[in-house]
Design a protein around this ligand. Structure first.
Ligand code: COA
Length: 317
């Protein structure tokens, strides 16, 4: 038994924040942001728009694209580090609004949240515990941002992406590999929390960007080496790389290691910045809907994020 992605959807909030608009908020420039990250603009959720609202919109598109209705889904898994509230979890909020039955939970693995969520949903399906899962990555990163910190506020944005994962006799998800290492926690973190009784309305994401960059590139290179080796693949064998969209330079380094030209890498970071767990399903949806990714293509999803966490999923689309 396999689990196959049968449809995708994405949603980006309407408000767009460009690099030139950011120049008016902090001491930065379009040229600096573009050359260091590849980001041109990001989307920002409205004040009354929360992670579950973005997630629900992406989920409804994925459902409609598949020609299914809510009764056809029996599991909801959401990757997010920006939940509306501690509970009900984001998946339960969506489940109630969409009228879905079955287990529904969120998991928190920062930018690797979608790859973690997809891997968990795959396990449910392969174990016969679910037939069709709604798997979502959704974030309102703008709420965690300190808008006076030019080193971080230019990087992040809001959005949501969703896929429907279905039990199948044909290969779908064929390999996944998750990892984590808490020892680097001081390179990328927030202080905001409930258990530690700290909350912030202004956001408090902190990052040593330079050091995160180095660990990210090194870890992703090791990860793609393992994907190739464990699946007896050669460099260049993968049809499409759909990476976490944090920084164009990190994406290019991973593509190089895979022996892939940039024409076979889905890049959307320019349009929405780093949307954490939402970025992979949004990029996947973009390339599926514009016709680049076709049935039967071999696709690698890979992510790295706060924790640190990381993960890869190799799948036949
Ligand atoms: N605008 C203008 N200048 C800025 C700036 C901004 N928004 N942010 C930082 N700078 C300045 C720094 O203050 C520094 O100035 P100095 O040389 O006078 O001290 C200079 O630019 C270089 O800073 P540095 O941090 O070395 O730049 P960098 O080339 O490493 O690029 C990042 C910074 C954040 C773009 C890059 O490190 C990065 O992308 N890291 C990974 C981040 C990431 O992906 N995190 C999420 C993981 S999922």
């Amino acid at each position: 038994m396999y689990a196959r992605i049968i449809s995708t959807g994405k949603y980006l909030p309407k408000k767009i924040l460009t690099n030139s608009e950011l120049e008016k908020i902090v001491d930065t420039s379009d040229e600096w942001i573009l050359s260091r990250t590849g980001i041109e603009s990001r989307h920002i959720a409205a004040d009354d728009e929360f992670t579950s609202h973005l997630a629900e919109k992406a989920a409804n598109i994925a459902l409609k694209t598949a020609g299914l209705n809510s009764n056809d889904i029996d599991l909801v898994v959401v990757g997010t580090c920006t939940p509306d509230r501690m509970f009900p979890n984001v998946a339960c909020l969506i489940q109630e609004r969409m009228g879905i039955k079955g287990p529904a939970f969120s998991l928190e693995a920062a930018c690797s949240g979608f790859v973690y969520a997809l891997t968990v949903a795959d396990q449910f399906i392969c174990a016969g515990k679910a037939k069709r899962a709604l798997v979502i990555g959704a974030e309102t990163m703008s709420r965690l941002i300190d808008w006076t910190d030019r080193e971080t506020c230019v990087l992040f944005g809001d959005g949501a992406g969703a896929v429907i994962l279905e039990a199948s006799e044909e290969p779908g998800l064929i390999f996944s590999d998750l990892g984590a290492d808490g020892q680097h926690r001081k390179l990328l973190y927030t202080d905001t929390g409930l258990s530690n009784m700290r909350s912030s309305v202004d956001g408090d994401l902190k990052m040593k960007g330079n050091e995160v960059f180095k660990v990210a590139v090194r870890t992703l290179e090791q990860m793609v080496d393992k994907v190739l080796k464990d699946n007896q693949l050669e460099q260049g064998d993968i049809d499409w790389l759909v990476p976490h969209q944090a920084n164009l330079r990190i994406i290019s380094a991973t593509a190089k290691r895979l022996g892939l030209p940039m024409e076979r890498v889905v890049v959307t970071v320019n349009k929405h910045g780093n949307t954490s767990a939402a970025s992979i399903p949004m990029a996947l949806d973009t390339a599926v809907k514009d016709g680049r990714i076709k049935n039967g293509d071999l696709i690698l999803l890979e992510a790295f994020g706060g924790g640190f966490t990381w993960g890869s999923c190799l799948l036949k689309f």
